[in-house]
Design a binder for this molecule. Structure first.
Ligand SMILES: Cc1ncc(COP(=O)(O)O)c(C=O)c1O
Length: 393
């Protein structure tokens, strides 16, 4: 079939998550669905809050004329204004509706950002382990990713990032709480990154954008602080969505916020609105825009995710796994008990457990568990995780 050579290569090399999904289908057919424990997908398990359904009913029962038509490509002015007001209150900065662009999820938002800021050959620094789609979001728009490993316990290493920055660096992309590690970056490390980027921008003669991908911001545990980056570095762009915090991944509703401190943000936002239109998104889903305008600050029951984390983390540590305690999101990223993460993942498959090898996130020697699953799946999988590490010894 005549699809592009580039895409053919990418399809072959890329998707461990897809491979695990296919493996899962095979196992389910073989053993029955109830005996397969699928921790491979980051698909939110918690239903949206009751207020979401109330708003949905309200719109269905009392439809505004024209509410299914096209709208401005940036989104409804009332939605942008409501979101600007929310973030102004959260951050103390003077966000205006014009600083907000409604998008098709964070994925759509990141594509819009990269389409807007990248020229062919420009570089985006990404930190490994990384959300695997980042590479494609950058190459989609002619950019190149430059990978910088995180430090011990997956914390960001501003010194290494400084070394990776060159004349073609256009952006540094960070994600906290992080997929796949669950790590939350502390304020002091982010402040250090801000200082590094100020110096580096001066050195290379153009501003580097700090793109902060934050779809897990509200899924944070034990009262940990998830710092905003706006006051730590001026050229900051926040990209987020309600896929996880409201459990709306299938509804594709997200947004971009350009910092009021970006000197020429009008040009940036104008570019992003054009990109949103011409990438074919046109605008973010209309119904969802009306609903999330009224749900800023709401979230699913975070305590339920925290309980899942605590149960599984405790069981894994007890079984002998080496795993960093995550501060947020719904992932664990344990070290593979044997060097070859793919071999270990196959061993877990024999126990009916599906996880994703670390090399799928640019970090071999680990594996990712998504615990966005039902509590009984965690309970019934724990003996298999135990046997897995025993058999690996
Ligand atoms: C780190 C990260 N960024 C972005 C996305 C994309 O999310 P959305 O559904 O908002 O497009 C995901 C989805 O899993 C993610 O984990």
């Amino acid at each position: 079939m005549s699809i592009s050579k580039g895409l053919t290569e990418v399809l072959d090399a890329s998707s461990w998550i897809r491979r695990m999904f296919e493996e899962g289908e095979r196992l389910r057919a073989e053993r029955g669905a109830e005996n397969v424990f699928d921790f491979s997908l980051g698909n939110p398990i918690l239903e949206p809050p009751a207020r979401f359904r109330e708003e949905l009913r309200r719109l269905a029962n009392d439809p505004a004329p024209g509410m299914h038509r096209y709208m401005p490509n940036a989104g409804y002015p009332e939605t942008r204004a409501a979101i600007a007001t929310y973030y102004a209150r959260e951050t103390g900065l003077s966000f205006a509706a014009d600083d907000v662009l409604m998008t098709c999820g964070a994925a759509g938002g990141l594509n819009v950002v990269f389409k807007t800021i990248l020229d062919p050959g420009d570089e985006v620094v990404v930190l490994s382990p990384y959300f695997v789609e980042y590479r494609f979001y950058v190459t989609n728009h002619g950019g190149r990713t430059v990978t910088v490993p995180t430090g011990p316990r997956f914390q960001l290493d501003a010194g290494r990032i400084a070394e990776a920055i060159g004349n073609r660096t256009k952006a540094v992309l960070v994600n906290s709480p992080n997929n796949p590690t669950g790590v939350v970056y502390p304020r002091a490390d982010l402040a250090e990154l801000g200082r590094v980027l100020v110096d580096a921008s001066r050195r290379i003669g153009h501003p580097i954008f700090l793109v902060s991908d934050e779809p897990y911001r509200r899924i944070a545990y034990d009262g940990i602080e998830v710092p905003y980056l706006f006051d730590l570095y001026p050229d900051t762009i926040l990209v987020t969505s309600h896929s996880k915090d409201l459990g709306l991944a299938g509804e594709r509703i997200g947004m971009i916020l350009a910092s009021p401190r970006i000197p020429d943000r009008k040009t940036l936002v104008t570019g992003m609105i054009f990109a949103n239109r011409t990438l074919g998104y046109v605008n973010a889903p209309a119904l969802m825009q009306r609903i999330v305008a009224r749900l800023q600050g709401e979230s699913i029951d975070v305590a339920a995710y925290q309980a899942k984390r605590d149960r599984l983390l405790g069981a894994l540590i007890e079984a002998g796994y080496d795993v960093v305690k995550p501060g947020g999101a719904f992932y664990l990223f344990p070290r593979s008990p044997i060097e070859d993460d793919v071999r270990f993942v196959r061993l877990l498959v024999e126990e009916g457990i599906l996880v994703v090898p670390g090399r799928g996130f640019g970090t071999p020697g680990y594996f990712r568990i998504s615990y966005a699953v039902a509590d009984d799946v965690i309970e019934r999988a724990i003996p298999g995780f135990r046997r897995g590490i025993e058999r690996a010894k």
